[in-house]
Design a binder for this molecule. Structure first.
Ligand SMILES: [Zn+2]
Length: 455
């Protein structure tokens, strides 16, 4: 090797070492993991005002910028532009960006019709000549700020505290959901007439524990979230419920509490405590379960004839307020949300109307329990049975046997606990087996709206 070449070689080696070092140092800055964009909800329609949760994250070097824009007919309106200034060589930038976004299409000059929602995010990678990895989310959506049309067809509606009613109304076909609101309680309506798709009916109830004068109105909401409301001409009849004072004896507690020992949480110790837990907490849990089960309902009426009144002597009524005392002290309160009917032990318990079995199993205070769906949000419940002779999914005819009466659950003697629910709310069952009530409050509603009873 000549003496001239040696310095050149040294320079070359140094260069190679420098380049290698640069590659090692800079290599992580060329990561190619693009940011991730999540929109919740990812809308298909936009109404007057829409709230979305935007979340953008980057696994690599962190975020450089996030942009949100609405585009209509080639015009772009930027909703949000967020840059994350950080030195290029800082090893870790912002990994996550969360922001609530409000989209008000009319306010920023957009019009009804199609538009695109665009979310773009770039990270701090050196890729693409320092432009970073880019992720984008494009949603084609419809801007619709016109509320659905809603017209009430029912005239006067009479409703008892704790009772049921039916409203018939017309609603434009862009409605996604509709129904009746009683205070803050929402009841869902259905469109059961194929030849009149804009006609709708909704069963609703005035819960026995609702305050007086809760506002009652029909409502409809379209896919963009636009809401329409219309007043209903409801005449509410207030009713006082009876109050019973019940003295809990040690005998009664000893007879009932052992059935529930295994269900109570470990901190609830002793028969008295278990009984109190059953009568308050378990009762609430059972009612939550029943409300969840009753979300399942056919969008048409499965029954036509007036409900059959189950056989037996009435032992207690709907809405009875019960105050429980133990050794002279008030220990708990409960409302009886059904009627108790006692006949001979092991009497056949039959379906009060045609329907579909949606529940048939053990349910806490109700013991062996059957719930039937009669369609359009109306359900009947049979509790304390000794045997269950139907299974969920089965269609049952009016008067078909469901099981035999018993004393399972929170019951001392053999009797049937019978409840009716409307939209998951317990109602007074006696209305449903009164042919005059059916004629004046259900059949007349259909008649005055010019429609047949839905089948
Ligand atoms: Zn009962």
């Amino acid at each position: 090797m000549s003496s001239k070449a040696r310095p050149f070689l040294i320079v070359l080696v140094v260069l190679v070492v420098l380049i290698a070092a640069a590659v090692v140092v800079l290599w992580p800055y060329f990561e190619s993991q693009a940011p991730q964009i999540t929109l919740n909800p990812a809308p298909s329609h936009l109404g007057r005002e829409n709230s979305l949760e935007l979340q953008v994250s980057d696994q690599g070097l962190g975020l450089a910028s996030v942009k949100v824009a609405l585009i209509q007919q080639g015009r772009e309106k930027v909703i949000l532009q967020q840059d994350f200034p950080a030195s290029r060589l800082q090893s870790q930038g912002q990994a996550e960006f969360k922001q609530k976004i409000t989209l008000e299409p009319l306010k920023i000059g957009l019009t009804q019709g199609q538009a695109t929602l665009l979310v773009e995010a770039r990270d701090r990678s050196f890729n693409r000549f320092l432009h970073g990895n880019q992720a984008s989310l494009e949603l084609n959506l419809t801007i619709d700020t016109v509320p659905p049309r809603l017209g009430v067809l029912s005239r006067n509606i009479y409703l008892n505290r704790g009772g049921s009613a039916l409203a018939v109304y017309q609603v434009s076909q862009d409605s996604k959901d509709h129904g009746v609101m009683v205070g803050s309680q929402v009841f869902r309506g259905h469109n059961p007439w194929p030849d009149k798709p804009d006609y709708a009916a909704c069963y609703f109830a005035y819960a026995d524990d609702l305050e007086k004068d809760a506002p009652i109105k029909a409502w409809a909401r379209d896919q963009a979230g636009n809401q329409a409301q219309a007043g209903l001409n409801v005449h509410l009849r207030w009713k006082q419920y009876r109050t019973d004072k019940i003295n809990l004896s040690d005998n009664l507690i000893q007879a009932l509490a052992p059935r529930f020992m295994a269900m109570a949480p470990p901190e609830v110790q002793g028969e008295v405590a278990v009984f109190m837990w059953v009568n308050t907490k378990l009762r609430d849990l059972n009612h939550e379960k029943i409300a969840a089960v009753c979300l399942s309902s056919q969008p048409r009426e499965l029954w036509q004839e007036t409900f059959i009144r189950p056989l037996g002597k009435p032992m207690s009524g709907f809405g009875d307020r019960r105050i429980y005392f133990y050794k002279g002290e008030e220990v708990s309160r409960a409302v009886h949300r059904g009627v108790d009917l006692a006949d001979v032990a092991n009497s056949p318990i039959n379906a009060v109307a045609a329907g579909k079995v949606i529940f048939a199993e053990m349910l806490g205070i109700y013991g062996n329990c059957v719930i039937l769906d009669h369609g359009m949000g109306v359900h009947s419940l049979y509790g304390h049975l000794s045997t269950l002779e139907v299974k969920p999914g089965e269609d049952v005819k009016r008067n078909q046997k469901l099981g035999a009466s018993g004393a399972t659950g929170l019951a001392l003697g053999d009797h049937l606990h019978f409840s009716v629910l409307v939209g998951g709310v317990f109602v007074n069952p006696t209305e449903w087996w009164d042919p005059h009530w059916i004629a004046d409050n259900l059949e007349l509603r259909y008649k005055e709206a010019g429609v047949k009873r839905p089948q």
